[in-house]
Write a protein that binds this ligand. Structure first.
Ligand code: HEC
Ligand code: HEC
Ligand code: HEC
Ligand code: HEC
Ligand code: HEC
Ligand code: HEC
Length: 240
């Protein structure tokens, strides 16, 4: 992979070799974040600093491209090509949401608590509130006051709770409508039409007089959007 500025990146199973003219830097890419449905982002340590790598691998095109939030200008030097230095607190946040102990991924105890390594239906501590999912799924950085957060900040669609919490469906359902009404937290997402029975559980056919269709509700009322190259999300603000 070659940037406009002339810097090249060569990857192998150990890491990346970055070259600029005759200068060269080899970096072991120690951690790889993301299950890879959309993307994988490498993170490495440089002395006592944590660095988020400049390039990520994207599933949609099946190739490397800029990590979200990194400069669109070509990297000026090998350091910049390595990536952006993160505060220790920030790097630890990546681990808090993406890893448990020394194992990658999200595990039982993230949601069921320490005793919940092998929870059974009897011993389980469960919290299926939106707030429980939002500890990882919402932007930790800001609050959205807007009734249309996706207009105020297109990238907010990445954080499903942001849109969901301002939906009339949620706000007028007295806490009975949550993420687990649609998603089994133990499974990958299913095709959008799978969720129709949740919608029709509240919206009886006659309420659909104003609605042209009886199938695949989410395809119109929860549209997909692509707020950054190669990243497509479902807008969870259910709306007309
Ligand atoms: C507040 C919790 C949180 C923090 C902090 C966080 N992530 Fe994530 N990350 C998520 C969630 C939830 C998803 C899935 C939804 C999405 O794609 O945004 C995700 C998705 C991703 C993906 C795409 C995963 C896929 O399946 O394709 C990558 C890559 C990623 N994060 C990397 C990072 C890196 C690197 C950091 C630290 C700089 C970080 N994340 C910090 C919660 C977090
Ligand atoms: C992302 C969060 C999350 C993770 C990770 C998770 N669970 Fe759950 N689990 C839940 C929630 C939330 C419920 C309650 C679901 C509901 O109310 O519909 C639940 C329910 C259960 C139940 C009760 C099922 C039932 O039908 O009542 C069992 C058993 C269970 N989980 C086991 C596990 C095991 C074992 C793992 C690890 C392999 C695991 N869970 C990982 C969130 C999670
Ligand atoms: C737990 C019950 C519940 C579920 C599940 C539910 N809704 Fe709603 N929905 C409501 C309520 C209550 C309102 C507000 C009605 C009102 O304002 O009179 C509403 C409002 C709406 C509106 C009008 C929104 C607006 O801004 O005016 C649409 C469109 C809608 N729902 C579609 C859906 C679709 C599509 C699904 C499934 C993806 C769904 N709903 C799931 C309860 C629900
Ligand atoms: C400990 C952090 C954490 C919590 C708590 C959490 N998630 Fe996640 N979730 C993630 C991360 C991280 C991903 C992205 C997959 C990855 O990179 O490992 C994800 C992915 C998902 C996906 C997408 C899976 C796919 O097929 O793309 C769904 C749906 C989901 N989570 C639902 C939930 C629900 C519902 C809850 C609450 C019951 C919940 N999550 C709680 C961290 C979390
Ligand atoms: C082809 C796109 C499409 C699909 C698919 C679709 N809808 Fe709609 N829906 C609309 C449009 C357009 C409106 C009217 C919006 C308006 O009044 O401005 C509407 C209106 C609604 C309303 C508000 C009705 C009112 O009284 O204001 C509800 C509730 C609703 N749909 C539910 C559903 C449910 C449930 C499903 C799945 C069974 C569904 N829709 C499938 C396009 C769709
Ligand atoms: C009314 C049903 C419904 C509810 C409630 C719901 N989702 Fe989703 N979710 C969907 C649909 C539909 C998709 C897209 C499925 C597909 O790919 O076709 C989706 C996709 C996702 C994804 C994959 C990334 C994306 O944006 O496509 C994540 C992560 C996710 N939901 C998390 C959540 C969380 C967290 C909550 C609670 C705040 C939640 N969802 C509530 C219907 C729902």
């Amino acid at each position: 992979m070659r940037e406009r500025g002339g810097i090249t990146y060569t990857y192998d199973s150990q890491g990346v070799k970055i070259r600029q003219g005759t200068a060269e830097r080899v970096i072991a890419l120690t951690w790889l974040f993301g299950a890879g449905h959309y993307a994988r982002t490498p993170v490495f340590q440089n002395g006592d600093q944590w660095v988020e790598h400049r390039l990520s691998w994207y599933a949609a095109p099946g190739r490397l491209s800029l990590t979200p939030g990194h400069s669109l200008q070509p990297a000026e030097d090998l350091d910049k090509a390595g990536g952006i230095t993160q505060s220790t607190a920030n790097a630890q946040r990546c681990f808090a949401c993406h890893k448990t102990g020394d194992r990658p991924g999200v595990h039982c105890e993230n949601c069921h608590g320490a005793q919940g390594n092998h929870p059974t239906a009897n011993t389980i501590r469960r919290d299926s509130s939106v707030a429980a999912c939002a500890t990882c799924h919402r932007s930790p950085a800001r609050e959205y006051a807007s009734p249309m957060p996706e207009v105020e900040d297109p990238l907010s669609v990445r954080f499903a709770p942001v849109g969901f919490l301002v939906s009339k469906c949620y706000q007028k359902s007295a806490g009975k409508f949550t993420c687990v009404s649609c998603h089994d937290p133990h499974q990958s997402v299913a095709a959008s039409a799978t969720y129709d029975k949740t919608c029709t559980g509240c919206h009886a056919p006659k309420a659909k007089a104003a609605c042209p269709r009886a199938l695949d509700c989410a395809s119109c009322h929860m549209p997909k959007s692509t707020p950054a190259p190669y990243l497509t999300f479902t807008d969870h603000r259910i709306r007309k």
